[in-house]
Design a protein. Structure first.
Ligand code: KG4
Ligand code: ZN
Length: 340
């Protein structure tokens, strides 16, 4: 089946981005993402508003993906969609849409695990590195997840460690909220951090055994620190914004790097791939590149458009599933909690 040209239409709607992509084998022909701005006013994703926005966006987004790819629906080999994990109301929109379209077109349906897709995004054609070879360590760093995964094959993945409380993206966003920055604050912290001193304000690192993470203590210490300083000087955050952001980012990057080093030590695997929205962070990207030079690791940093939520990663996962005939029937339903 490897020689046949396969066209996959992929749909992603797990959180607050409505996305559709068309892939020709491993090549992305289109990848349309409609990000929902409405949540900014609320300082976080409001599930009810997210599913309503998905309902409004899904038809135009899919239409645009097909137009941009310049292919007729009749050429599609299958439709892949995110089954979970994510917000149930949001997942339901993509799931129902994918099911009905597949039914209407008489083509197979393929369910995809969103976290697996963040990892398999590394196999999308046209990135500026060769694909990782198995086994490799994958770090999924997103708004909802923080995991270190041993990837033995496309569908054979083992979680070696994960967060016991907040996810790393959530930590960036909550820290940003404490600093009065709008949602999602992760990218803003990154921007300000690049102009600040990372050693200005030391924050404690959590002590968590093994390869698990914990970020809730850091969030609390940032809150107490800011409250204390603001009492003495109400303009403290404004006057020290870059240094505070640099210090927070430095601490988070150190926490992540400590665990990656530990994972390398325990497994002997020195190929490290990152995925999820936080892998766009300049601090973690620079730290990984530095470690690559220092320790001789191979690191894989995907293009930014494949780091944050997107349907292209659902499409590449769908492609590999299609090759192995891992198809889904119409009885499938969305699943908010969906293990890797
Ligand atoms: O993977 P993603 O797009 O959605 C989820 O599945 O959660 O990740 C979104 C998260 C948000 O928390 C956002 O603040 C964070 O990724 N993020 C960043 C950066 N870009 C996105 N965090 C830190 N630095 C960045 N440059
Ligand atoms: Zn994600």
């Amino acid at each position: 089946m490897e020689n046949k040209t396969i066209y996959i239409l992929a749909i992603e709607s797990s959180c607050d981005d409505t996305s559709a992509a068309v892939l020709q084998n491993k090549k992305v022909l289109s990848n349309i993402v409609a990000s929902q701005k409405i949540h900014q006013e609320y300082g976080g994703v409001v599930p009810e508003l997210a599913s309503r926005a998905h309902q409004q966006n899904i038809v135009p987004v899919v239409h645009q993906a097909l137009m941009r790819a310049n292919i007729d629906k009749k050429l599609l080999s299958a439709i892949a969609f995110t089954r979970g994990p994510g917000l149930l109301g949001s997942l339901l929109v993509g799931t129902s849409f994918a099911k009905s379209l597949a039914l209407g077109l008489h083509i197979p349906l393929i369910e995809v695990n969103h976290m697996q897709a963040h990892i398999l995004a590394h196999f999308i054609e046209g990135q500026d590195y060769r694909y990782p070879s198995f086994p490799f360590l994958a770090l999924t760093l997103s708004g909802g997840h923080t995991q270190i995964v041993m990837v033995k094959n496309y569908f054979d993945m083992e979680i070696l460690g994960e967060t016991l409380d907040d996810a790393v993206g959530e930590t960036f966003d909550k820290a940003a909220k404490i600093l009065g920055l709008p949602y999602p604050g992760g990218p803003l912290i990154d921007t300000y951090a690049q102009q600040g001193n990372p050693k200005a304000f030391p924050f404690p690192k959590p002590k968590v055994d093994g390869l698990n993470f914990s970020f809730s203590g850091l969030k609390t210490s940032i809150l107490y620190f800011v409250q204390k300083e603001a009492k003495a000087n109400p303009d403290f955050v404004l006057e020290n914004r870059n240094d505070i952001c640099a210090s927070i980012q430095h601490t988070i990057v150190n926490i992540l790097m400590d665990k990656i080093k530990e994972a390398v030590r325990r497994t002997g695997v020195t190929q490290i791939a990152i995925g999820g929205g936080v892998s766009a962070n300049s601090g973690i990207r620079n730290a990984l590149k530095a470690a690559e030079r220092k320790y001789g690791w191979h690191t894989y940093l995907p293009k930014l458009e494949y780091c944050t939520d997107n349907a292209a990663m659902i499409g590449i996962t769908g492609y590999f599933k299609f090759l192995e005939n891992r198809l889904t029937d119409q009885k499938i339903s969305a699943q908010a909690r969906y293990k890797l």
